[in-house]
Design a protein. Structure first.
Length: 487
């Protein structure tokens, strides 16, 4: 296929050349009605490029097949049989993927270290989750992806499960043995969905972890805005084999997705694919060398523990994405959240993620010598001035088994059923009717239908006192908790 072609961008260029005047949405009419004060900040070209796909970039019959051509080029670029663009981010794409495999009342294996979007999908779809617990790293207090043997065991216990959803890479860059999990699923003749939101770049360089399509996954969802070059909400479904019908996937996406898809998303997805095919190896090679330099120099600083390939040697993860710079800052006497806030306030840099123990920075093909220097100088300054940061109440980090809560009620039933808000101390032993989710990274500690324990509540409330942001809960301060009503 001719990867110099960019069908969406070409259609947008032709739309501008023709000078079409639209009498339908968007109401700003390619910027003519935009407030100049807005255009001054975001740029007039944003409005000029905001065009309907139907009766704009293409006619109402889609006779030019602009989007289909772009998707076929994407599939060819990454070795998939089919690719579908999505403009609502991978949060919606994962929901769509899950709905394509299991319906209400059916079982689906899920990594329990899943993002809140996955738990939301369980609630919306009404599936019965069969949790596959991650491999927990007690020393680092971090969850790595589950292993193939864990998946095999759960499939033996639940032979009626319809498939598996695996999250890899994690927010912290650790990766699963995708092929091993795919083999386990396929031995039971069920599909493997991979939530590879952090892995859009993986197909384009051999020095990166294994790409899900290459590891025999059936359906892979990527967020191109995370590690690629497309704008926010840019997501792609990649599909192969016959365990999931492309027609079913498109119908489910049509059910959940927007009817006002963004041409900005489509155009930047199209352009990013061309860039990666033509230049990706070289761009990513430079990024990989840059990340290794940064990691080596950070390891020279006192009080820091920088994560890397040793998690593979220790048998904790199958692979590690070297473009993730993950730094444990507890040796400085502060939390990752404090470090992130200090770096933003004093050095004007925003790290990619933070939690109780660590911060992370993603290095992409967009980084250069200046951003490399700035990151190193900023973290060095943090180390030098860490003793000036006010100490906060300690977070009571739980043992791994404490996080494996009993699922007493289906998440959908708990979330939509009768509920009451009770004081936190009275929530112990009750069934949660809400998600309680420290954010970021956005993995719920408590999901609807799970039994709340004293240890988990102590962990969460100590986190709030330290500075956790809680998503999903009706009361983010966790003075009260929403639980299912007693019969």
């Amino acid at each position: 296929m001719d990867h110099s072609r960019v069908p969406v961008l070409e259609a947008l260029q032709e739309f501008r050349r023709r000078g079409d005047v639209a009498y339908g949405p968007p109401g700003h009419k390619q910027g003519r009605g935009a407030d100049p004060r807005v255009a001054e900040i975001v740029g007039m070209d944003v409005f000029r490029s905001d065009v309907l796909s139907l009766n704009g970039l293409d006619d109402r019959r889609q006779s030019q097949g602009m989007l289909q051509q772009a998707e076929e080029l994407m599939a060819d670029a990454v070795g998939a049989e089919h690719a579908f663009f999505s403009t609502c981010g991978s949060s919606l794409s994962v929901k769509t993927a899950m709905c394509s495999v299991a319906g209400p009342g059916e079982k689906l294996l899920l990594s329990r270290n899943a993002h809140k979007a996955v738990i939301s999908a369980v609630i919306i779809n009404g599936v019965e989750p069969v949790w596959v617990h991650p491999k927990f790293d007690t020393e680092r207090h971090i969850a790595h992806p589950p292993e193939p043997d864990d998946v095999r065991a759960r499939l033996r216990e639940h032979p009626d499960a319809k498939g598996m959803l695996l999250i890899t890479p994690t927010d912290w860059g650790t990766c699963a043995d995708i092929r091993g999990v795919a083999d386990a699923c396929h031995a039971s003749d069920v599909p493997l969905i991979v939530d590879e939101a952090w892995g859009a770049h993986l197909p384009f360089h051999p020095g990166l972890p294994t790409w899900g399509m290459d590891a025999d996954a059936d359906l892979v969802v990527t967020s191109v805005h995370k590690m690629g070059g497309a704008i926010e909400q840019s997501s792609v479904f990649h599909l192969q084999h016959d365990r999931i019908s492309p027609d079913v996937l498109k119908q489910r996406e049509d059910l959940l997705g927007t009817t006002s898809a963004s041409s900005l998303v489509y155009a930047t997805l199209d352009g990013w694919r061309r860039q990666m095919v033509e230049q990706g190896h070289g761009l990513l090679d430079t990024a990989l060398h840059r990340a290794e330099r940064i990691r080596a120099r950070l390891r020279e600083l006192p009080g820091l523990r920088v994560m890397g390939g040793e998690v593979i040697e220790e048998g904790l993860a199958a692979e590690f994405d070297p473009l993730k710079i993950v730094v444990d800052v507890r040796g400085l006497g502060i939390s990752g959240m404090q470090a992130a806030e200090w770096l933003r306030a004093h050095c004007h840099i925003d790290v990619g993620g933070s939690d109780t123990c660590r911060i992370s920075a993603s290095i992409t093909h967009a980084d250069d010598d200046e951003t490399e220097k700035l990151l190193l100088e900023s973290v060095r300054t943090l180390v030098e001035r860490a003793d000036t940061i006010e100490r906060q109440p300690a977070v009571h980090l739980p043992e791994p088994h404490v996080l494996e809560l009993e699922q007493a009620v289906l998440p959908r039933d708990a979330f939509f059923g009768p509920a009451e808000q009770v004081p936190a101390e009275r929530a112990v032993g009750r069934v949660a009717a809400e998600m309680i989710c420290p954010y970021p990274p956005g993995v719920p500690v408590v999901a609807p239908g799970e039994v709340i324990t004293a240890e988990v509540l102590d962990y969460l409330r100590s986190g709030v006192a330290h500075g956790f942001l809680i998503a999903g809960a009706a009361d983010p301060a966790l003075e009260t908790v929403r639980v299912t009503a007693r019969p």
